[in-house]
Design a protein around this ligand. Structure first.
Ligand code: NDP
Length: 256
């Protein structure tokens, strides 16, 4: 069995990008808490990864991270496991645009987007802040290239891009606050990443072709690309990397 003293927390770790990050951490011997709302999916992902690595390193934890009480409950449970060396705020979703016109529907849609893509990270981070390893803790937000170049039409009235961009300013402030404690804070902003659940089947061949055409390397990103970047940002060797918004988009933000 590979052993490591690190404890990592990955929100949204049962699917897509988060699952790949959790698998990669576990493959390196880290204990990993994965959090999401769907219990069976979390259990299955934990079973699968644990079977692959041959050890019970992945721990499923059910919580809706938009709900302060559920976040506190999850944080209490994590605290019993020890200090948190790495927190990856990966949970997020593309919120369906409002299905009716009018400001009430617009406000509800924007609030849902901000709740899902910003408040989840704010609550989990604050609940675990005192529990982060000092020095050496790694705090990472998963944003999006949408925050850097504007959201595509599938994103509700720009609220996804705006919610992700809000992570940036917040994370930079945290980096200033936590640097003296030896904790790094960084944002990874991926471009189009295939093989995740986020597009709910709306990533048609035309959509994918356009996303690939946007890149300079002529291919979509993969969850493994993201996990490789996170592996470095979370590593002990990355202690001088903090307060950065790191794009991972095949050059797509340069535009074509
Ligand atoms: P997935 O839909 O596969 O993963 C999103 C995860 O977030 C799910 O496991 C989901 O679990 C969890 N989640 C969503 N809302 C909540 C909540 N309220 N509480 C707890 N967990 C929640 O998509 P991806 O893997 O693609 O997305 C991961 C991150 O990467 C997201 O933040 C996304 O915005 C970002 N991203 C993705 C890109 C892509 O092209 N795929 C590009 C740029 C950024 P559950 O539903 O069970 O709660």
């Amino acid at each position: 069995m590979v052993t490591s003293s690190r404890l990592a927390v990955v929100s949204g770790g049962a699917t897509g990008i988060g699952r790949e990050i959790a698998s990669t951490f576990a493959a390196h011997g880290d204990r990993v808490v994965i959090i999401g709302r769907r219990a069976e999916l979390l259990r299955q992902a934990s079973r699968d990864i644990n079977q692959t690595v041959g050890s019970n390193l992945v721990i499923p934890l059910v919580a809706d991270l938009t709900d302060p009480a559920q976040v506190q409950h999850a944080a209490d449970h994590i605290t019993e496991l020890g200090k948190v060396d790495v927190l990856v705020n990966n949970a997020g979703a593309i919120i369906t645009p409002p299905d009716s016109e009018g400001l009430d529907a617009l406000a509800a849609s924007w609030r849902r987007d901000l709740d899902t893509n910003l408040i989840t990270a704010v609550l989990l981070t604050n609940a675990l802040l005192g529990q982060l390893t000092r020095p050496g803790g790694r705090l990472i937000m998963i944003s999006s290239a949408a925050a850097q170049r504007g959201g595509a039409g599938t994103h509700s009235a720009g609220s996804y891009a705006a919610a992700k961009a809000a992570l940036h300013g917040w994370a930079l402030g945290l980096a200033r606050q936590l640097g003296k404690d030896g904790i790094t804070v960084n944002v990874l902003a991926p471009g189009y990443i295939q093989d995740t659940d986020i597009f709910h089947g709306q990533d048609t061949p035309d959509f994918v072709a356009k996303k690939i055409a946007d890149t300079l390397v002529g291919r979509p990103g993969t969850p493994a690309d993201v996990a490789a970047a996170i592996t470095y940002i979370a590593s002990a060797g990355a202690g001088y990397l903090t307060g950065q918004i790191i794009g991972l988009n095949g050059g797509a933000v340069l535009g074509r």
